[in-house]
Each structure stands twice: as structure tokens, then as C-alpha cells.
Ligand binder design. Structure first.
Ligand code: FAD
Length: 377
């Protein structure tokens, strides 16, 4: 039987691609090797995070994604919380970065610089001692990744007839054909969205790309008592050195980076910056670290978690601080600064990968632009 399109992988990139195809009337089948997606897309903070994207096409793509997430959430009942974000400053240079960043993007974004008391009114989790101020953005929202990524296939099936074929490990792709064991699936268009297992299907293509894998450690704190909600997702100063958007802050950011390199070498070595979001049931999602390389050991390093929690306690405290779950996740990341790879290794086959730490934020927008023919690399 011939279908119009096959998507390989039911992570967020595959789901976003399936949606963009299906809303245009294509008959779409998604082949996923597991019984449900268990990759990077269910292991993240669930942060839809436009503030991390630089002005121009990336911020626009993130805002497009955010609007699609909201549209889907409204139509499907998938839980989401448009809480915004709050970046906190505990040193003069961190505050200078926030001020300079806000001034630079002031024409395009609706951000508010806050005094310590204004920031603390946004969340009772914030540590007041030493707080210089904060930057509030209304754009960011949280989804509960494990439940959202499980619910999206049912929504895409009901709404657009997308067919999901689980437990189907694709072993080979050629123009018009996808092979899994003794099964052959045919399609006019094939989209390969297999995340950090990128090398399995097109090893030569990936060997020629500057792409690697990043392992991140994450933690979850238990449900907070009495239905307490944190308010906006909160980040400390280390996050200012992590996201590309903050380079717009210019010279103060360079000073902050130098200061962190001089005083916090372990945090730099393990790529640690610290953020916290709150999920649907009231648990807190905390992370993360960044280790890069083609192969990672599967074990978590407890000293990394200790460093994350130590830094967290400097800017946020919670009523229930018991860690209930530890895990790690791996995503594909381009080493040359590109924000994704969209490439066609053969006629009718498109690989979409390498969205790094922003796949939840960018996938819906990227897929929409790509399938609509508006994608600009
Ligand atoms: C710890 C962590 C925190 C993060 N936090 C955020 C965040 O808060 N906000 C944000 O925007 N981004 C975040 N990210 C990044 C985001 O999660 C990733 O960019 C995104 O999930 C990548 O999606 P994907 O679909 O490419 O990969 P995956 O989710 O890994 O999906 C790939 C899928 O392909 C399937 N597959 C692979 N090979 C085959 C095959 N041969 N046949 C069939 N199926 C196959 C796999 O089983 C898998 O389900 C985070 C990532 C991690 C790891």
C-alpha cells in the first residue's frame, strides 16, 4: 500500500513533522522502534523557551512553535502552563547582563526588569539573600513532556488520521521504501527523525557532518505540599552563559563568563547551568549538565547532581526537596553552531536532526516552516 509520507521516530521532531504534513492533507505514517517514545523528548524540562533564542529567525521560529503548542494544547487538553520565565541575578555583573540584554531586545520582546522585591513577588521559591534583581519574560511555557509526548500521537491520529506503527525498528531507507525486518513500507516522501541514533540509518551522511551527542543529567523533586505552585520557571546566572540569545548582552556577558571560568571551574568543565520547572503534578524538574562525545557511559555522576543542587540552593528553595527520580538524556548537537540539520541523502528522503537543547522549543516551528516551503537554514 502506498501512503504519502512516512516519518521515522516519534520524538518531538517526528511528531512535529507528522503534524505539518498531516494538516496539509498528506496521509502520514509514523514508524517508531519502541512501544512509545522514550528518548530526549520525554527526558527534558518541558520548557518551551523562546528567551533562549537570538532575535531574528530563531526567535520567530520559537514563537511559532509556542503558538502551535498552545493551539494543540487547547484542542487536545494536553496540560501546559504559560508561566513565563524569571532569570535571577545575584551579582552586579549578572544584573548588567540582564539589563544589557533587555535593552538590546526591547523592540522585539516584552521583558520586564525587576527589583529584588518585585522578583520575589513572582515566586515564593526565590532566595532573597544577595538577590540583585531579575528579568521576567511572559513568553515561556511548560509542558509535561512524558505525558505530552505520549498524548500527541493520539491527538494526531484522532484529528488528522496520522497512523502510528510502534515497535517497528527501521533498518534501511531508500527512495520510496522503508524496511523493518521482513516488512516494507512505501511512501512518496520519507522523513528521518531518529534523534541521537542518527548514524544508524545514514552513517556516511553523518560521518561527514560536525555532529555529536550530548548527555545531560536531570533530577525531579517530589510533589510540593498543599498544591503549591512555583510561578515562572526560574534560572540562575549560569544560564546566561548557556543560551545563544544572551550574547546580545555584549561586554558584560564576557565579564560574567570570565568570572565563572575563574571561580567555578567544575561547573564549566561539566557544562552545568541550573534551571527549574514545575510539572502538572507539582513535581520540580531540575537540571542540568552537558557532556559531549560520540558515546557516553550510561551511569550518572552523583557529584554532578551535588553541584547542580548546591547552585540551585543559592537561588531557589522548596518546601519538599527530596529527590525522587534521577535520569539522563542524550540529544544530537551540531558542533559548528548550526541550530539543526535538514538534509536529503537521496531523492524523496529528508533527514531532520541536531536541534540540540531546544527541540521542544523549535520543532513545531521548524517542521511547519519546512513543510510549508518557508524554511531558511
Ligand atoms: C535532559 C534534556 C533536557 C532538555 N530540555 C529541553 C527543554 O526544556 N526545552 C527544549 O526545547 N529542549 C530541551 N531538550 C532538547 C529536546 O529534548 C531535544 O532537542 C528533542 O527531544 C530531540 O527530539 P528528537 O525527536 O530529535 O529525538 P528523540 O526524542 O530522541 O526521538 C527520536 C526517536 O526516534 C526513534 N528511533 C531512532 N532510531 C529509530 C529507528 N531506526 N527506527 C524507528 N525509530 C527510531 C527513537 O526511538 C526515538 O523515539 C532537552 C534534552 C534533554 C536530553
Amino acid at each position: 500500500m502506498k501512503s504519502n509520507a512516512i516519518v521515522i521516530g516519534a520524538g518531538i521532531v517526528g511528531l512535529a513533522t507528522a503534524r505539518a504534513l498531516a494538516i496539509r492533507g498528506k496521509k502520514v505514517r509514523v514508524l517508531e522502534r519502541n512501544s512509545f517514545a522514550v528518548g530526549a523528548s520525554i527526558r527534558n524540562f518541558g520548557m518551551i523557551w523562546p528567551i533562549g533564542q537570538p532575535d531574528g529567525k530563531m526567535y520567530e521560529r520559537a514563537m511559532l512553535s509556542q503558538s502551535i503548542w498552545k493551539e494543540i494544547a487547547a484542542a487536545s487538553g494536553i496540560w501546559h502552563d504559560p508561566v513565563g520565565s524569571l532569570h535571577l541575578a545575584y551579582s552586579d555583573v549578572e544584573m548588567e547582563v540582564l539589563e544589557s540584554f533587555r535593552d538590546t531586545v526591547n523592540n522585539t520582546r516584552d521583558y520586564t526588569l525587576m527589583s529584588p522585591s518585585e522578583a520575589c513577588m513572582r515566586s515564593t521559591a526565590i532566595v532573597q539573600n544577595g538577590l540583585k534583581g531579575g528579568l521576567y519574560s511572559p513568553d515561556e511555557m511548560i509542558v509535561d513532556s512524558p505525558t505530552a509526548i505520549k498524548a500527541l500521537p493520539a491527538f494526531l491520529h484522532q484529528q488528522y488520521g496520522v497512523e502510528f506503527i510502534w515497535d517497528t525498528h527501521v533498518q534501511q531507507v531508500e527512495t520510496g521504501k522503508v524496511y523493518s525486518g521482513n516488512k516494507v513500507f512505501e511512501a512518496d516522501e520519507i522523513y528521518v527523525c531518529n534523534g541521537p541514533d542518527f548514524e544508524n540509518l545514514f552513517p556516511e551522511t553523518f560521518a561527514a557532518l560536525p555532529i555529536t551527542k550530548c548527555k545531560l543529567q536531570m533530577m525531579r523533586m517530589g510533589v510540593q505540599p498543599n498544591g503549591w505552585r512555583m510561578g515562572p520557571s526560574i534560572c540562575g546566572g549560569l544560564s546566561l552563559t548557556h543560551y545563544a540569545s544572551f550574547s546580545a548582552a555584549g561586554e558584560p556577558l564576557q565579564r560574567l563568563k570570565q568570572h565563572i571560568e575563574d571561580t567555578m571551574p567544575d561547573y564549566v568543565k561539566w557544562g552545568i547551568h541550573v534551571m527549574v520547572s514545575q510539572n502538572a503534578s507539582g513535581e520540580l524538574i531540575i537540571g542540568d549538565s552537558h557532556e559531549y562525545g560520540p558515546t557516553h557511559d550510561p551511569f550518572e555522576k552523583s557529584f554532578i547532581n551535588d553541584l547542580i543542587l548546591k547552585y540551585l540552593s543559592g537561588f531557589a528553595r522548596f518546601q519538599e526537596e527530596k529527590i525522587t527520580v534521577n535520569w539522563n538524556g542524550v540529544y544530537a548537537k551540531l558542533k559548528d553552531g548550526r541550530t539543526e540539520i535538514v538534509t536529503s541523502p537521496m531523492a524523496g528522503v529528508t533527514i531532520i536532526n541536531g536541534l540540540g537543547g531546544a527541540g521542544m522549543t523549535l520543532s513545531f516551528g521548524l517542521a511547519e516552516q519546512l513543510i510549508a516551503g518557508n524554511y531558511v537554514p
